[in-house]
Design a binder for this molecule. Sequence first.
Ligand SMILES: C[S@@+](CC[C@H](N)C(=O)[O-])C[C@H]1O[C@@H](n2cnc3c(N)ncnc32)[C@H](O)[C@@H]1O
Length: 263
Amino acid sequence: MLEKRGFDLSMYKDQCIKRRIASRVRARGFQNAAPYLKLLATEESELDALLAAISIHVSQFFRNPEVFAQLEKRVLPEMIRAAMRRKDPQLKVWSVGCASGEEPYSLALLLHELKPRGLKVSIVGTDISLPILQQAREARFAEMRLNQVPRRVREEYFVQEGQHYRLMEKIRGMVDFYPSNILDEESFPAADLILCRNVLIYLSRDDQDRILKRFAELLPDWGRLVLGSAENLLGAARGLFVTELPAERIYQLRRAVAPGLIN
Ligand SMILES: C[S@@+](CC[C@H](N)C(=O)[O-])C[C@H]1O[C@@H](n2cnc3c(N)ncnc32)[C@H](O)[C@@H]1O
């Protein structure tokens, strides 16, 4: 996997990986791993299927709607005010492990409506999987992915195409997608708001620590980090961030808000 797809399995938590590999072994009709390994050596498409199974790409527009409600009402307006006080007002958003794009597009929908004139917004979605990024760029979604999209937003920004809903170009064009492995030290773009939801759960404690430390270095003082609903700050990261909204897993930099406090 490392050689052929640049995906280092040893970085992932053992139990997760084993479960998902076992599901592919069964899906191909094998009782054990030996014949499956032979198949993997000869069938490139199975390697992609395995990569997709390991890095599950489940997402939804406005997943955990309470998070997006807080972003819309409280966090983004405050960040926009901070950005607008700067000489060249910009707001850079990074969705890490963006899967088929629902998360960065949800942000684009919010920012399209909130953004004041004069603010430059850039939204980047990165993921390790090339096929899922291709889907993200296409921006065609099954109806179930839009369950949390308010009717007015659905009618205004999506066009129904058969069984699917296609996001309009004015929103699609706000997001750039590119492949990147979060475990790779080189691949961190500049960002004021980082959403890294439901990605860290797959990684070891050490890698989580290392990545959270990089996020803290990257963010400006007025920046924010958003984690997934099953993810928490652990270990050294608790010294770097303070919790702004606990239920929504929204964090600010400790150095910016409470330099003396321990979380
Ligand atoms: C469960 S999805 C999360 C999608 C979205 N963030 C959300 O919460 O709805 C996890 C995504 O992380 C991606 N991923 C897994 N390991 C990664 C890595 N090392 N670097 C970048 N993306 C990764 C997977 O390909 C998958 O699309």
